[in-house]
Design a protein around this ligand. Structure first.
Ligand SMILES: Cc1cc2nc3c(=O)[nH]c(=O)nc-3n(C[C@H](O)[C@H](O)[C@H](O)COP(=O)(O)OP(=O)(O)OC[C@H]3O[C@@H](n4cnc5c(N)ncnc54)[C@H](O)[C@@H]3O)c2cc1C
Length: 468
């Protein structure tokens, strides 16, 4: 035991097996906490925080622990699991709003909305295995963020337990004009969305719902080269933005040669044998509108797609199959990395972004940088329509891990010089905090520290996340 554990003993356990059960997420790190708390109500979360504050015990929130950056694990204090607060509280179909607790799986909240003909838009690939609270705390996004944005714009109100145990409700102002105070303070909902457990514990949330589309069409388009696939994706995004070429994608996804090979293995057979990269697009139709398949075909053929091997996904089951195929990519890469763990290796995944028209150029540069450090990716894929790839590396031992981290840092420096970001959706957590300063000026970091100090003056919430 390295830190005192508060006396809310009915909420906290120091059982070694339980602590070990909360020591890992999808980052590849392993950090064993001093204790674990599994409250079943917001009142218990508040009680725990009050006591933690009195004893200055660190508290790190955990949802379903799928963080790629070590956000939900800690080697000090308490890991506070929100999984037992898992109710979808209600759906108001007239106001188009869902209210739910943070431990609910995102997929369950989405289904509750869909039962009323409504869409909860945020769609991380992990939606069936990650929590609503995690999505809010990470401002998670997904393929459809191309059309709907990340989680932030969909959050209307939050109930938050602050570090000292006070419970507050923050709600977006229903104002069309407001010049009172700095923009930074006008909407406190924005403080908590994306704050990675460092500013408060979300114990309930209200989210805006949208109309469900009448139908969705997915197209899986193989290309002979990565350059052709990325050229197609950039053209489709530009066409959508300018309202021409008859296409209106809600997502524009990319698989490079290595990740396309994983997807092809998942599908099986000899499909798209001449292909070396892949684009996946979806377009929605509402009421009597229809997706213009001919427009998509013309755009794909204009970029030398393997037209005979294009897959068309229509209907719920077929679209679910397409999603499973794409989900197989990160799941397989994560699984393959496990074998290097004993030798001190692990998976390193980065998720940077650049302005979408520069993605191909950035990926070519990233490969060259990796080669300079004597490493190569295990696969690159992602939300190319937003200029946002995931580069996965597999470090086989500590020495290779060090070279990969140098390559990642050099890549992030380059990405930032192109107007990009060091983290597009996974957050900063513990793994990327040393790289935040590549992007944010000292003033910007100082503003973040000021907000942190105002809300958590003792610094007990999620120490090690985001801040060095
Ligand atoms: C296979 C796979 C695919 C993925 N795909 C995507 C993707 O497409 N898009 C994407 O954005 N991410 C993706 N992720 C990353 C991850 O799933 C998301 O960030 C997810 O939203 C995290 O939710 P979680 O419940 O697992 O949160 P956790 O991992 O438990 O926690 C994440 C962070 O949120 C904080 N937190 C959790 N709950 C609360 C709360 N109630 N109050 C305050 N802070 C809280 C934690 O302290 C931590 O900092 C993927 C991960 C995997 C393993």
């Amino acid at each position: 035991m390295t830190t005192p554990v508060p006396d809310a003993s009915h909420l906290v356990t120091t059982d070694p097996d339980v602590r070990a059960g909360y020591a890992q997420d999808a980052s590849g790190l392993r950090l064993v906490p001093d204790a674990v708390a599994r409250p079943t109500s917001a009142a218990e979360v508040a009680e725990l925080l009050r006591e933690a504050s009195a004893t200055r015990t660190p508290v790190t929130a955990a949802g379903a622990q799928t963080s790629y950056v070590g956000g939900s694990i800690a080697d000090r204090g308490i890991v506070l699991s929100l999984r037992a607060l898992d109710r979808v509280l209600d759906v108001d179909p007239i106001a188009g709003i869902v209210r739910a607790e943070p431990g609910a799986f995102l997929g369950d909240v989405k289904r509750a909305a869909a039962d009323h003909g409504l869409l909860l838009a945020p769609d991380p690939t992990s939606e069936e295995e990650s929590s609503l609270g995690g999505a809010i705390a990470c401002n998670s996004s997904g393929a459809r963020s191309l059309k709907y944005g990340a989680t932030r714009p969909h959050v209307r109100a939050l109930t938050v337990v602050l570090a000292d145990g006070r419970v507050i409700e923050v709600r977006r102002p229903a104002l069309e004009k407001n010049t009172a105070g700095f923009p930074l303070v006008q909407d406190p909902v924005d403080w908590f969305v994306g704050s990675e457990g460092t500013l408060g514990i979300v114990v309930a949330a209200e989210l805006q719902l949208l109309p469900l589309p009448t139908s969705v069409t997915g197209l899986g388009i193989p290309f002979r080269t990565a350059a052709a696939a990325l050229g197609f994706i950039a053209a489709a995004r530009s066409a959508r933005d300018h309202g021409d070429a008859g296409v209106a994608p809600r997502c524009l996804e990319y698989l490079d040669p290595k990740t396309f090979a994983i997807a092809r293995d998942f599908v099986g057979g000899n499909w798209a044998a001449g292909g070396d990269a892949y684009a996946y697009v979806e377009e929605e139709a509402f009421r009597d509108d229809a997706v213009d398949l001919d427009a998509w075909l013309a755009l794909a053929e204009g970029h030398a797609a393997l037209a005979d091997d294009i897959q068309v996904f229509e209907g719920e089951q077929s679209l679910r199959d397409a999603r499973r195929m794409r989900h197989a990519v990160p799941a397989t890469l994560n699984e393959r990395a496990m074998r290097w763990r004993d030798a001190g290796g692990r998976k390193v995944s980065t998720d940077w972004a650049v302005p979408y028209l520069r993605l191909h150029e950035a990926l070519v540069a990233a490969d060259a940088i990796a080669a300079e450090f004597g490493v190569e990716t295990a696969g690159t894929f992602g939300h190319a329509g937003n200029g946002h790839p995931h580069q996965h590396f597999h470090a086989r031992d500590r020495a290779e891990l060090a070279r990969i981290e140098q390559a990642v840092e050099a890549t992030l420096r380059h990405v930032v010089s192109m107007g990009g970001t060091v983290s597009a959706e996974h957050g900063i957590g513990k793994l990327k905090r040393q790289w935040l300063a590549l992007q944010l000026t000292p003033s910007q970091q100082g503003m973040m520290r000021a907000i942190k100090h105002e809300l958590d003056p003792l610094g007990i919430l999620a120490p090690g996340n985001v801040f060095l």
